[in-house]
Structure formats: C-alpha cells, structure tokens
Design a protein. Structure first.
Length: 719
C-alpha cells in the first residue's frame, strides 16, 4: 500500500512536449546523403526535364516529425515553420515523417523544367535517417529518383524506370460536403472530389469583415494529408481570373475530422475542422457537391443535403469583381420541388484576426429546381448590403454537378465506420478529449526544465497513524519553458486527503486553472474524486471503489462533465502509475491490460457524461483473461443510439500495438458491426487502425472496410 501512496505523487506531476527553434542550417544538393541533425533543415535539389509533366515527392521512411517543402528556383527558407511554409510553393506538414507533395500541370505553380528545391525540416531533438523518393511522369513513362540519407556514408540509388507511380496506399476518402470549426462559426470549407482531384472552397472574410472565398484544387489519390495552392478569384465581367495567395493543407484524422492549416497573404494558422452536420440521417436524394454553369465558369454553388435539409452556398462576385458569398437553407421539402428561399450574407473576422463573432443580414433570394441528381436550374437575386452595395443576378441558369456524386449507401456506412474508429482508436471526445489534456503532462519532461514549480506539501514526516493532508500545487506561472522548449502557463491544485488504516482512503478536488501549452488551451475546470483501496493479502494487488465528478473543458473548450463510478478487483496499480512518465494511447491500452492482469476486473459506470454535444450513460466492464488479453463489454446509450457488444483486446508484438475483435456482432448506433483483428498502433498511425476488417450491416446495406498497413487507408467492398 505504501507503494501505491508513493506512486500517487507521480500522478500529480505534469509537463508537456513540443519542439521548435530551427538552427544550424546546412545547404544540400541533389543526391547527397546525410543524416538530419536535431532541429535543423536541409536542402536537396531536383532537375525537371522538358518532357516531365508531373512529380510526386514523398518521404518513404523516417522517424518522428519531419516536414517537407518544395520551391522552384530557390530553397524555401525561414526561422520558423510558418516562415518556411510561406516561402515555399508547396508544403506538407503532418505531425509525423509521412509527407507527400504532388506537382503537375494543374497545380499552382505547375511543374515546369528547371531546378526545384526540396527543404527537409527535422523537428526532432535527435538525428534522423530520411529516405526521399521523387517520382516524375512523362508522356511515355515514369522515372523514379531515390535519395537516401545515412549517418555513416553517402549513398545514392540508381535511377530506374517503371510504369507505376509506386507507393499507393488503399484509398482513404474524407466525407465530402461542408466542414467547419465549431469554435469559429460563420466560417466554412466545402471539400469535394472532382475527378482525380480534391477541391476546397474556403468561405471566410476580408480584413474589413466582408465575405470572401478562396479555392484550392490539386490531385488526390487517397492520401491522409493533402496540400494545394490557395487561389483568389476576380470577375472581369465575363470570366474569372485566379491569383495565388497562399497554400492550404488538410490532415484528415478520419472521414469527418481534420486539421486545416493555411497560409494567406503572409499570415498562417491552423485549426481543427469537422464535417458540418445540420440534420440527422443520410438524405434520400443526395445533391451534395459543387455545381456550376459550364457556359460561364468562375462562379458556382456548394450544395449540401442532409436528411430533408438542403443548404446552398452561392459563391459569386460584387460589382467591382471581388469574390463574395451568400447562403440559404430549407428543410421539410422534397429536394426536387421547386423552391425560392431567402439568402443571407455574413460578416465576420478574417483568418488570423481576433474572433469577434459574426453577424448576418438578408441579401435577396436563391431559387432552385433540380431535374435529377446532377442537373437543374438555379436563380440568384443577391443584393449585397453596405459597404459592398452591389448585386449579383442570374436567372434560370442551367447547372450541373462538377464534383463526383456521393454514393449514398457507402456514405451511410462510412459515417458508422467513423464511430467505430473513434471508439477504438482513442480519438473520441469522451476518451480523447480528456486524455489529450493530460497525455503529454509527464514527469519525464519536468526534469532539467525551468518549470513548473511543484509543491507537494510536507512529505518528509509521513505519519500513517493519523489523517494526512497534502496541498499539491503545480504552477507554470505566467509563462515558462520545459526541457523540450514548450512554453507553459497556468496552474493546478490537488488538495489530497489521505487516511490509512485497514484500507486506504483518498479524496480530493483537482482544479485546473487554464493550463496553456504554446498558446493553446489544454484544459480547465475541476474534477472531484473519492477512492477507497484495500490491499490483497500477500500480493501487490488491490481492490476498491472510486467515484469521479467531472466539470472540465478540453483543448477545444468543449465540456466534459458527468459522473464516473468505478469498481475494481485484483488489479495492479503500478502499470497505470507508470503512465505519468508519458506514453502513447496504445501503450496506455497495454498498461490497462497489465493493470487488469489475468484475473482482475474493472466496472465503469457513466452517468450523464457529456463530451461536447454527446452524452453517455451506461457501463463499461473490463475482465482480464490472460496477462495479454482482456475482454471489454459495452452497454452504453449515446445521443446517436446504443453502443453494446463484447470485444477482445490483445497485445501485439510491441508495447504500442494491440488488436481488437468482436466476440459476436456489436450494436453501434443501430448498426451491426463485426470487427476482425483490427490492428491499432499509433507509432504507425495515431488516428486509426492500420490492418484488419470491419463489416457493417443495416437494413440490407452492408459493406466491408479492409485496412492494409496504411494510416486510415482502406478498401471498401459492398456486400
């Protein structure tokens, strides 16, 4: 029991990880191989011949976090990632080494003959070995040049030819339609597939608060990270002209969640975005996509249909040719019924500006009349208010769908697949929102750092014969730096009462006062808890009960509230306490398997546990079977319906690898789900599975998602 008490001090000590500060810049040339020193950048160059029409630049092996940038004629330089990104033509900035950039005749700039420079940025605190592959396409063949860096020697592979571009993973496809940042309402981005390209229309605002839009288009072959040049359009009176103003990168977490990174006119930013859900259910007729008039390209319509709701965002121009947009939506009507709906124009903060909210104002009408799922007519009578003071009028314009039509049956299964990924990859708001706030708060990062100040109270003279009180206080002050270079502010208090007798009683009230890491809020609020432990005789195992009352906000300022009651038997606390020194989510799962052991058991009861817009009630039970295998039973009710079933979780070959299978088909929000050896390993993919099968069935609509060793990439087969 003393060991349990000792480990509790570890549980109260926190710090975080980020890396920054580029230094020791070394120039590189093509086909020169070197290791990348910690937190430095290197240049490589490639020569594009006149007959080469496209190039794929990708990092095919590496370690940790490496970013990739490409620029014509000269290297992209800068002292920060934002500066380097702004000075580049293309950027790929995922939180891993898995980077990929495609340049062809449709990108801006397009691929032209001459010298192109690759900038590799090592954001790790250790040297890495990087393998970069450049694949160029001509009218007749594909050539591949591979450059390999090595810590001991200079190695350059020979140039080979192939009819394949190579390295294609099973296609991961995001859900198309309108996406938004729930903390920045009034802004949005329409993500659509058009042929072999991905198109993104960004609806936002100018510095004066008036509405504007930008468009990005680039090839898409199912990669999890997509980058494209951002263009601004102006109307000449009969056509539109494009000007590059920046770049955007979309890093998809799953089919309905992504990180949106942008550079725009010298500014840069990053924000989480989600698929915008305005109505429950898959629409009977799906018109979601980009629509336009082929005889007058340069303006168009983002249409989103969900349930019986139809939303139309018209993107057009004012009297001076500046890009503007307006929106309308209606519900409860047959989508093929002719309708005229009032339009609304919005005013809000520009990208990177202070979020002062948004306001709306009536702005005319938008009329629709669809003849089928890809054809129709749209009339716009938009009257733009001050300070724009102009209008846009188009009557009975024939429109067709420019983007790829949505497969409604596949969409329904993809939405459920997203719920499955959230449930078992640890990325749900319920689990991830709480754990993300603390997962990087680790004791190991406190050592040799300038913060935080930790006060554990008087621990010199422990007296187990009487109640003890420890006013634990962890204070980052108004700003300090840990040993990884992260800046912190805020503080937390954990007043802990300890009563030791035949059992160990702990109670306290954790108060988190705006813990901020690198300018971003991690968590705030409080959580009260009570635990009672009894130690098994002649063992290190304990049994007991616990109760936690949550009143927290996560890193997105979403609420995490409700009550969690625990009942545990024959468990070992040592693996759980070791998590305070930092670990991945899969390591956390494996620590839980060690915690449960071969004979342990934990019952968790949730009462009105609300995370964001979701509320959960019910129970989760975990029963040990062997030291490497546990069985999880879910009996939960959520806003979207029941989540029930039994699952086996077994450890893989490494500490960061585990497998999930259903004992029998589970019920997830009314869908029958069968999981077969779903492999999850965040060292490979922190946001989803890398192997295994998931079969989803409801009302005769059935499909299989087969993952094959690529992050969130899968092959879908209709059954």
């Amino acid at each position: 029991m003393v060991k349990v008490i000792r480990n509790l001090w570890i549980f109260a000590a926190f710090s975080l990880v980020f890396l920054y500060g580029l230094n020791n810049v070394f120039a590189g040339v093509a086909e020169i191989s070197r290791s990348l020193d910690p937190m430095t950048l290197r240049y490589l160059s490639m020569t594009i011949e006149p007959d080469e029409t496209s190039a794929i630049i990708e990092i095919v092996s590496g370690s940790g976090d490496i970013d990739l940038y490409v620029r014509k004629d000269e290297p992209a330089t800068g002292q920060t990632s934002s500066e380097i990104s702004y000075n580049s033509d293309f950027a790929s900035e995922s939180p891993s080494w898995d980077e990929r950039i495609v340049i062809d005749q449709t990108t801006n700039p397009r691929l032209t003959p001459g010298t192109w420079y690759l900038t590799l940025v090592n954001l790790n605190e250790y040297p890495v070995i990087v393998r970069v592959r450049v694949t160029t396409q001509t009218a007749t063949a594909t050539s591949t040049t591979t450059t390999t860096t090595s810590t001991t020697s200079t190695t350059t592979s020979t140039t080979t030819s192939s009819s394949q571009t190579g390295g294609e993973n099973p296609a991961f496809m995001p859900e198309t339609g309108l996406w938004y940042n729930k903390d920045m309402p009034g802004h949005g981005i329409d993500i659509e597939r058009s042929g072999a390209n991905l198109a993104a229309v960004w609806y936002t605002y100018n510095t004066d608060g008036t509405p504007t839009w930008y468009l990005a288009l680039a090839p898409y072959s199912g990669q999890r990270i997509w980058s494209a040049t951002l263009n601004r359009y102006r109307w000449t009176g009969s056509s539109a002209t494009a000007s590059p103003v920046g770049n955007i990168t979309l890093e998809f977490k799953n089919p309905t969640k992504a990180t949106f990174r942008w550079t725009l006119n010298g500014q840069s930013g990053s924000e989480p975005i989600n698929r915008f859900f305005m109505d429950d259910g898959v629409p009977q007729t799906n018109l979601t996509g980009l629509w336009y008039n082929s005889s007058e390209p340069g303006y168009g319509y983002s249409i989103d249909t969900q349930g019986d709701t139809v939303a139309i965002v018209a993107y057009f121009y004012d009297g001076q040719g500046e890009p503007r947009w307006a929106l309308n939506s209606s519900a409860g009507q047959n989508v093929f019924a002719q309708a005229t709906v009032p339009a609304t124009v919005f005013f809000g903060p520009c990208p990177g500006c202070q979020n002062t909210g948004f306001r709306s104002q009536p702005a005319g009408t938008i009329s629709r009349n669809f003849t089928d799922t890809t054809h129709g007519t749209i009339s716009t009578e938009i009257a733009l208010p001050s300070p724009m003071n102009s209008s846009w009028s188009r009557q009975n314009v024939s429109v067709t769908m420019l983007s790829n039509p949505v497969d409604n049956k596949k969409l329904e299964l993809q939405i459920v697949m997203d719920k499955v990924l959230e449930l078992f990859s640890g990325s749900t708001d319920l689990v991830g929102g709480f754990s993300d706030s603390f997962s990087s708060l680790s004791l190991s990062n406190i050592e040799s750092s300038t913060c935080p100040h930790i006060d554990l109270g008087n621990v010199d003279d422990l007296d187990f014969s009487k109640p003890m009180f420890f006013p634990i206080h962890v204070d980052f002050g108004s700003g300090c730096t840990d040993k990884k270079g992260n800046t912190w502010s805020g503080f937390l208090d954990l007043p802990l009462n300890v009563i030791y007798g035949s059992t160990l009683h702990l109670d306290g009230q954790l108060s988190i006062h705006d813990i901020v890491k690198n300018g971003h809020l991690l968590s705030s609020g409080d959580a009260g808890f009570v635990f009672d432990f009894s130690e098994n005789s002649n063992t290190d195992l304990v049994s007991g009960t616990g109760n936690i009352q949550l009143n927290l906000k996560d890193s997105s300022s979403q609420p995490l509230t409700g009550q969690v009651a625990l009942d545990f038997r024959d468990v070992d606390f040592a693996p759980i306490m070791s998590l305070a020194s930092g670990s991945s989510q899969t390591a956390s799962i494996n620590a839980i398997l060690e915690f449960i052991g071969a004979n342990g058991m934990v019952n968790i009861n949730l009462t009105n546990v609300t995370s964001g817009s979701d509320t959960y009630n019910g129970s989760i039970s975990i029963q040990g079977q062997t030291k490497d295998v546990g069985q999880v039973s879910l009996n939960l009710q959520s806003n979207d319906g029941p989540i029930t079933g039994r699952f086996t979780i077994r450890r893989g070959s490494s500490d960061s690898d585990f497998f999930v299978s259903t004992v029998s088909p589970a019920n997830i929000s009314g869908y029958e789900v069968t999981i077969d050896n779903l492999e999850i390993n965040p060292d490979v993919c922190e946001d989803g599975p890398i192997a295994g099968n998931v079969v989803i069935t409801k009302d005769g609509n059935s499909g299989r998602f087969t993952f094959n060793q690529s992050c969130l990439g899968y092959v879908f087969t209709g059954l």
